[in-house]
Ligand binder design. Structure first.
Ligand SMILES: [Zn+2]
Length: 138
């Protein structure tokens, strides 16, 4: 995940060694400051969102188009307790509540369906898919 709450601010990590608590699951998060990739937080005991995937510059740039309060919002199925983090959630608590899923890598049809079923329970949902060739040309 790119953002976490630390000292009352939702942000990316800044420095190695930073630690905080995931507001979604209560797990410990540690700062990851890679040389070649975006700064992010890692759950010490495994991500609370089983759909979580590595995110890079592409995800970061798209997320930055939206207000910080709309980025990486945890949604919980009230019946099953299943939880997933929407990449973007706009117009929360209105009839126009909208999830935008940013998809950089390919996923199976089965996974696509399960994500659509989950997010469309209480929201409209759109995909933003990164179409690119395998050789890295974007
Ligand atoms: Zn968590």
């Amino acid at each position: 995940m790119l953002y976490a709450w630390i000292d009352g601010v939702k942000r990316q990590p800044i420095a190695k060694g930073e630690k905080t608590i995931c507001k979604d699951c209560g797990g410990v998060l540690t700062a990851v400051i890679p040389m070649e990739n975006v700064k992010h937080w890692r759950h010490k005991a495994g991500d609370c969102d089983s759909w979580s995937e590595p995110e890079g510059e592409w995800h970061l740039k798209w997320k930055e188009y939206f207000d910080l309060n709309c980025r990486e919002i945890c949604l919980i199925d009230s019946v099953t307790g299943e939880r997933h983090r929407a990449d973007i959630l706009c117009r929360t608590n209105t009839e126009l509540a909208t999830v935008l899923e940013l998809q950089h890598s390919s996923i199976s049809e089965e996974e696509r369906l399960s994500r659509e079923i989950f997010y469309q329970q209480n929201h409209q949902m759109f995909w933003l898919v990164h179409i690119h060739s395998e050789n890295g040309i974007q």
